[in-house]
Design a protein around this ligand. Sequence first.
Ligand SMILES: NC(=O)c1ccc[n+]([C@@H]2O[C@H](COP(=O)([O-])OP(=O)(O)OC[C@H]3O[C@@H](n4cnc5c(N)ncnc54)[C@H](O)[C@@H]3O)[C@@H](O)[C@H]2O)c1
Ligand SMILES: [Zn+2]
Length: 338
Amino acid sequence: MIIPVGLGKDSYDIVIERGALGKAAEIFDLDRKVMIVTDSQVPEKYYLNLAAGCKVSVAGIFQAGEASKTPQNFLNICKKMMREGFSRKDCVVAVGGGVAGDMAGFAAACYMRGIDFYNVPTTLLSQVDSSVGGKTAVDLDGVKNIIGAFHQPRGVIIDPDVLETLSPRQFACGTAEIIKIAACMDVELFGRIEREGIAGNPRIEEIIAAAVTLKARVVEEDEKEKGLRRVLNFGHTLGHGIEAVTGLYHGECVSLGMLPMCRPAVRERIKKILEREGLPVRFSEAAPEPEKVIEAAMHDKKAEGGSIVTVRLDDIGSFKFEAASEEQLMKDYLEVFG
Ligand SMILES: NC(=O)c1ccc[n+]([C@@H]2O[C@H](COP(=O)([O-])OP(=O)(O)OC[C@H]3O[C@@H](n4cnc5c(N)ncnc54)[C@H](O)[C@@H]3O)[C@@H](O)[C@H]2O)c1
Ligand SMILES: [Zn+2]
């Protein structure tokens, strides 16, 4: 399955196919120097599979985890390319989750003012979310994605087979982003998830493709996040607040963060599928202090002048933007978690 992302001269294709990683040399132009960026916990076989198709490959392997998405590791990738004599005609390929993709993409955006970037996302989250849209970044002093650039990939390979080695918890995090975009924009996809589920679905590639298509349409309409693209923040305002004060994973925080943004009937439907995918819908251990969650949510960079734009659902498949004050956000939060 090929999903075209139409962005003028920055257009590219996303290939979604079982076993596609093994055909990377046919899909990407790897007949040049290739900097392969991956992390210490992505199974080595994926890296080796890609390297086998490259004319000359150089490995950039960093310690797995968000804490590695740093300017220093970004510079390490650039330095390696410089030492290996990479020119403007060479390229960078990420093989890994969103951390590898964001950092490798940023290195490609900056090296010699921009060289080709390809992405092979290997987590469900990176397949359905960070592989589409061209946002690249690193964190600085713990502030997420504060240094970055828009740099569209030249191509993306989504190989559902690589998900076999992903932990169930990481897998569930990706389902949160699929449920997020389906709930906002696609009644049909949402209904299919209600009927069939995502984990263990033998036709998961179709669900991935549907989610990727939705995100691609959003990005095509609003490449630089001036309007519609903010729909992707559904569940993320409170989600970021929860993430800042708990040890929960991003997708788990999005799962919790979506619930207060829905009308009760919609909330019940979303809750059911989140629970089935193994995502939290309530705080099981010590719940964070609501004040701390809301404070952290308001500190998010999208907060402006005392209010914050939230995405709300009255019905599945249709959303609205609404400015909310700190007090309103607290009220929403307590209605579900109080
Ligand atoms: N650019 C964007 O538009 C965008 C969108 C959403 C998220 N992000 C970014 O993505 C990052 C999160 O991405 P993530 O959730 O993929 O995290 P991640 O890249 O840290 O990957 C999670 C873990 O899974 C491991 N892993 C990856 N693929 C595997 C596989 N196939 N089998 C076994 N283990 C595997 C990794 O080694 C890592 O330990 C954040 O930094 C976030 O800011 C970016
Ligand atoms: Zn997210």
